[in-house]
Design a protein around this ligand. Sequence first.
Ligand SMILES: [Zn+2]
Length: 425
Amino acid sequence: MQRIPALLLLVLVAGGFAAVLLVNSPPITEGQPVIPTQAVPTDDPNAWQNILREGFGANSTALPTIAIPTEQFAPPTLPTRSDSNLVPLSALEAGGENRPTITPFNAAVTPTPPPPTVALVASAPPVTVQVVTRAPNEWNPPPLVPPLSRDPLGRDHYWFQRPVDSNANNAGLFYYPYGSDGPQQESPWRIHHGIDMPNPVGQPVRSAGSGRVIWAAEGLRVTGCAFQSSPSYGNVVLIEHDFGYRSQPLYTLYAHLSAILIQQGSYVQAGDVIGLVGETGQVSGPHVHFEIRLDGCHYGDTYNPVLWMVPYVGHGVIAGRVTDGTGNLANDVDVTIRNWGTGLVHDTTSTYVLLDNELDVNHDPVWGENFVVGDVPVGRYEVIVNINGERASKFVDVLEGTTSFIEIEPERPATPLPVEDDTES
Ligand SMILES: [Zn+2]
């Protein structure tokens, strides 16, 4: 019974509102169009009607036409580095000439083929080659954010960015890692005190961290600092960072640059462009040679950069110590990283070549390692070494943004191979 008065009230209110609208609306004159549908003709040549009709006039730019795609957009698919790097273990274990061949990259940019062999004498400067295992501008995940130390014991010190962009080639050349004397077939090269990132000439080189530029010129000697075989470094930038490690100063070095884009004495932030990739100095192809120096800026103060550069999202680092069965570090032993899930080889490296002199490469102050492999996707891996016929391996789990450390020693002592001394005085 209550619905009828409510309905009546509603009708009354609506009717009253309509009456108010009718009274307040303007009068409509019969015959006059409310909305104009035609331009009023005019003789003025600059009137908008005439301009529109004449297509914006003789001197005006025609309207752009945009092609609307008729096919659905499909994003390009690119292989990730970890996929393209996989090599069957059998291919590597075959050794010798059956080892997988390495395809030179970017032949159009650098038509010079890589040098086949380089005869080295005791005083030879460092020689590096321009071959890389993957094409530039391949897709890479973003790097984690430095400074990074996820290890609960605080052992990691990923305090630096990489010196080139993520999608440039910023992994160290695998057959000339830190502490190595080059590929077995061509060794011994000079023991490597940094890592090489082959890239086309002109690729921007960036500061790995904030600090003061203390050298930005051809590789001569700096007061208090020294490069080994100075001219071989070509154009060099050396940065003393505004942070240290365990109250010791930290330095990064960038060599073989085609151009230096900052001045000595200037202050740089991490990521600032400091120069361009080049091939100045003793090289056989364009790359940036990158070093970390700690507690001194001399040639004998270098450490493995892979333990200082922040890993990519979803990637970690394997570091280890290979001994020869008598407790001594095993020099120049091939190390193979095999994916436990797929059975495929992910990467290879070799242990440091140590000569027991003041120019040796150094073990990380935390890890005491003699090999490091970076850019390892998270997962389980078997690390395999072969010391003069004695095979030993261990499993290791790689976690994102951390270092996984292992010690490997064969059960029986192996006969150590003699190591040639090829460093300069
Ligand atoms: Zn190098």
